[in-house]
Design a protein around this ligand. Structure first.
Ligand code: FES
Length: 172
């Protein structure tokens, strides 16, 4: 069963966000961003999108085009940690493809069997995604773990980083 369609949620925190922003210009984008932040696993489930559309009197189709346009919106549950590998030209030239393969392999993600652009481990601890450029090409190859950027990355440094991350206790 698709958990995103059957999610029951407490609408109160979402209504609080809507009420706090309703008179702001660009309210919809802010509301969607805030809603994603307060949703466990940092995503926007369909029932939440429907609720926002209804309360803000905005067509669901408009909301859908916004959340699919901006890559920082997630439509699927995310892992506790997000590892983003840059696949821009500078990073590619300096080995980011190998880094991406290393991460996927270490986390046991079989990326070949799917066309998805991001991958989440079954235990929901990690999401791996790619980005077109972090704007830090001089420091290539670049990866990010959650909000932290790591430059001049190597397979060895990456392995040490992953060891540290996997040793952490999962979020409950
Ligand atoms: S190509 Fe990777 S930071 Fe620009």
């Amino acid at each position: 069963m698709d958990a995103t369609k059957t999610l029951h949620f407490d609408s109160e925190p979402y209504d609080a966000i809507i009420n706090a922003n309703k008179n702001n210009p660009g309210a919809l984008l802010t509301v969607l961003e805030e809603a994603q932040k307060i949703t466990p696993h940092q995503y926007l489930p369909e029932p939440v999108l429907r609720h926002i559309a209804e309360r803000m009197n905005v067509p669901l189709s408009r909301i859908n085009s916004i959340v699919t346009f901006y890559s920082f919106f997630n439509l699927k549950p995310q892992g506790d940690h997000t590892i983003t590998v840059c696949r821009g030209t500078a990073c590619h030239t300096r080995g980011s493809k190998t880094l991406l393969e290393d991460v996927l392999l270490k986390l046991g993600i079989d990326a070949k069997s799917t066309n998805a652009s991001s991958f989440t481990t079954d235990d929901m601890r990690f999401t791996v995604r790619t980005v077109a450029c972090f704007g830090q090409c001089a420091l290539a190859p670049v990866i990010a773990v959650d909000e932290v950027i790591y430059s001049n990355m190597t397979s060895e440094k990456l392995e040490a980083l992953l060891k540290k991350l996997t040793a952490r206790r999962p979020k409950s």
